[in-house]
Write a protein that binds this ligand. Sequence first.
Ligand code: DAH
Length: 335
Amino acid sequence: MLDELEKIKKLALEELQSVTNSDEAESFRIKYLGKKGVLTKHLKNLSQVPPESRPAFGRLGNELKQSLNKAISIYSKSSSVKKNTKLEDFTLPGESLKPPRRHPIRTIMSQCLDVFKSMGFESKTGPDIETDFYNFQALGIPADHPAKDMHDTFYLNPKGLLRTHTSPVQIRTMEKSSPPIRIIAPGKVYRRDSDVTHLPMFHQIEGLLVDKDISFADLKGVLEMFLHGVFGSNVKVRFRPSYFPFTEPSAEVDISCMNCDGNNKDCRVCSNTGWLEIAGAGMVDPEVFRSVNYDSDEWTGFAFGLGIERIAMLIYGVTDIRLFYENDLYFLENF
Ligand code: DAH
């Protein structure tokens, strides 16, 4: 009985291919699904089917009935269906969806956080909408300070702004808890900027460690360990003197160019310098400690800030940062 049903299915589907208008669809319907139709009659034989095959027989019969009805209904709704239009085989399984993937920025972000967590750093977050106090003043950048210009801030109203860096989380954390502190703060930051290496929104990880007798050597140790964890142990790390209003002394941190290792005269990744800037860092300025009522004679600490898109570009060899946010599935499928 089941075999017979399979045969009917095969025949019906073949015949369906040659149905091209509503009249033919109606004859087809009568032939298979009418009161005395082939399929209708055959399905009445259920009682003769061995009990163990009945569920399969019933299921197949119903599925076939539904598919044929659906196919026919297309013609009966519209008599103007073009000649030679082939009908779909509604019994075929649908096209399978691609499995979901993680966005590359999220992948790199969680790899970075894992390395810091393995060193005992706890993750903290702060608001994207900040005040001038947390984003600037408490970090040693008073109103009208020229350093503010570097930040290209999006102001929301006289009091609110979109944070230009994750450094305000340093202040918010120190206000709420007393030392020792060992945190990282991942999150989105915003700047009025857009080109192949800059975006109006990107991600940073801030780091802050405050304890007794913390020195620049501790900062070097932590960042070297992090950079070896993310870029591999062969990468070289160097610290260049720099300036940030909330750290003293301050440094910019470079890694050796993984593309040419300093040897290639035509390296576009490092512009032949052999080095790539990867972070800003320094020892927490005593003025910052004063703004959160920490005794800078008792406590010392270091801080750092890293750009995640920059790290992702280097790891994946992406040369235009904007590609990460165009939602182009062909691009995103590569990761
Ligand atoms: N907030 C800085 C920026 O976005 C990066 C930075 C530099 C963070 C030095 C720090 C630091 O914590 O110590 O440009």
